[in-house]
Design a protein. Structure first.
Length: 506
């Protein structure tokens, strides 16, 4: 874009992000950071332009009127109304990746990795679960807007989505619909009966009879009759016997009823909008068997639920912040069947939750799904922020780590992790050059991963931040270092998916 000499001078003084500069009609928009951490919206317009009245900020006159305004929700919403490419969209069945961002400033690094990886991977830069929002003190609107400003900063015009992740209630849905999300991940894990795999037959049948048959719009007799015939999945035959079906129903029946309730509510409150759904049953104690997957897909479809991706609980362990733990041959065989079921009963994508850092299975997942796959990451971006802090200010990371060691036993309770304190390195006497290596040691990495909420919200007796302000000062003062760490890390995630990626058909 050709800018006048005066405009170029103004943008240089304000430290404008070059990729953000966008001319739309008579206005020129840009994102500036005149001081580290003080990002602002800049708009240039002809004198007395009434279009500026839509935005909040301070205007100054001259040959051009310049408005400098905050990156608040009002300006974000107004900018989306003017620049259509800042509005999230649905992604359909194209290969996709979700980039959780607990700090709200990681999107530029994510998108740079995506650009370099190539292929056809659609991004979801706005993605955070309600659980994580609670722990970080952020709202659905803040998460949504922070990602949008990152998209604007990078000038990303290839489309993106916003994931309201791990929603469990109608209230969760309403908050995210109001913010403008387009991708809704339903998590009915609290309604999954994890005892179904091992319950004695007599107890199992009691649970079966007690299922919410009215909500399922079904009866025991009708359910059993539907599964008498064998199920064919790409040359494989899945035959349900009575016990297999009853165990699948007891395990997932209440979860299916809950998903149908959430889905119908979303369809009502989002009428006239574009939206899509993912279903997640990954955070359960036992793997989803092929028969259970068929049951889930069949019953959800019967109840009118439509979805673009599903996250079963796979064999092996998908722990936070570390590679896949388990037998790769067993995973390949199991995942191949799940992929075949997804093609047969959909098609829909298989989703890899807690998918960050699972480098040993990416090629398997991309190949077996033939690109019908969604990768979901979250805390690994936070860990790259900590890596940047360790490189720039090792004393701060050392203090964060010592605090995390104290918080770990409490904070680990809601996560699948196996780090142990007695295996974690001690911070006492650790030389500066060794501090960044904490991010690569299994136990230390998981401990830092799951204690993020405590770290980001910790305060001293006077109410001042113990770590958050210092972390953000480092990251805002070294944005390119953080973006470079993110880019390098996520290229390892994305390259194999790019090789098998599929673009969604219009």
């Amino acid at each position: 874009m050709q800018l006048s000499d005066r405009t170029h001078q103004i943008f240089t003084e304000l430290r404008v992000y070059p990729s953000s500069v966008t001319q739309q009609g008579e206005l020129t928009y840009a994102l500036a950071e005149p001081k580290p951490g003080q990002r602002q919206l800049v708009i240039l317009a002809p004198p007395a332009s009434r279009l500026l009245e839509q935005f909040v900020g301070e205007a100054s006159g001259g040959a051009q009127t310049m408005l400098v305004g905050p990156l608040d929700s009002h300006n974000a919403r107004t900018l989306r109304s003017e620049l259509s490419w800042l509005n999230p969209a649905t992604l359909g069945l194209g290969t996709s990746a979700g980039f959780g961002d607990r700090l709200g400033i990681a999107t530029p690094g994510h998108l740079r990795a995506l650009r370099e990886a190539g292929g056809h991977i659609a991004p979801i830069p706005a993605q955070q679960s309600i659980r994580e929002m609670t722990r970080t003190g952020r709202s659905p609107q803040q998460v949504f807007d922070d990602a949008m400003w990152g998209v604007f900063a990078e000038g990303w015009r290839a489309g993106f989505a916003a994931d309201a992740d791990h929603l469990k209630s109608i209230d969760d849905i309403d908050r995210c619909v109001a913010a403008g999300y387009t991708f809704y991940t339903f998590d009915p894990g609290e309604h999954v009966d994890n005892t179904a795999d091992t319950a004695p037959v007599a107890a199992l049948h009691q649970k079966f009879e007690a299922l919410p048959w009215a909500a399922l719009e079904d009866s025991p007799e009708d359910l059993l009759a539907r599964y008498l015939a064998p199920q064919y999945v790409e040359g494989r035959v899945l035959q349900f016997d009575g016990e297999t079906l009853v165990r699948a129903s007891v395990k997932y029946g209440r979860a299916i009823a809950h998903v149908a309730r959430l889905y119908r509510h979303l369809a009502t409150v989002s009428s006239g909008r574009a939206w899509e759904v993912e279903i997640s049953v990954d955070e359960t104690e036992t793997p989803t068997t092929p028969a259970e997957h068929v049951y889930l897909a069949t019953e959800l479809r019967r109840l009118g639920v439509q979805w673009v991706s599903l996250a079963p609980r796979y064999v092996g362990r998908f722990e936070k912040g570390v590679d896949y733990i388990g037998d790769l041959a067993a995973f390949t065989a199991d995942f191949a069947i799940h992929a075949a079921i997804a093609r047969t009963f959909g098609p829909y994508k298989l989703s890899l939750h807690s998918g960050s850092d699972k480098f040993s299975i990416y090629e398997i997942a991309a190949r077996e799904t033939r690109g019908l796959v969604h990768l979901k990451t979250a805390g690994t971006s936070y860990l790259e922020a900590l890596r940047t802090v360790a490189q720039v200010q090792p004393d701060l990371l050392r203090d964060i780590y010592a605090f995390s060691l104290e918080r770990y036993e409490m904070d680990r309770s809601s996560y699948h992790v196996s780090a142990e304190l007695d295996r974690a390195p001690s911070p006492a006497g650790m030389p500066d050059r060794a501090v960044p290596m904490l991010l690569d040691q299994f136990d230390a990495r998981q401990i830092l991963h799951v204690t993020f909420g405590s770290v980001l919200t910790a305060q001293d007796s006077s109410g001042r931040s113990l770590f958050y302000d210092g972390m953000m000062e480092v990251l805002h003062s070294h944005p390119e270092a953080y973006a470079a760490n993110l880019k390098s890390h996520f290229l390892r995630h994305l390259r194999l998916f790019a090789a098998y990626s599929k673009q969604a058909k219009e």
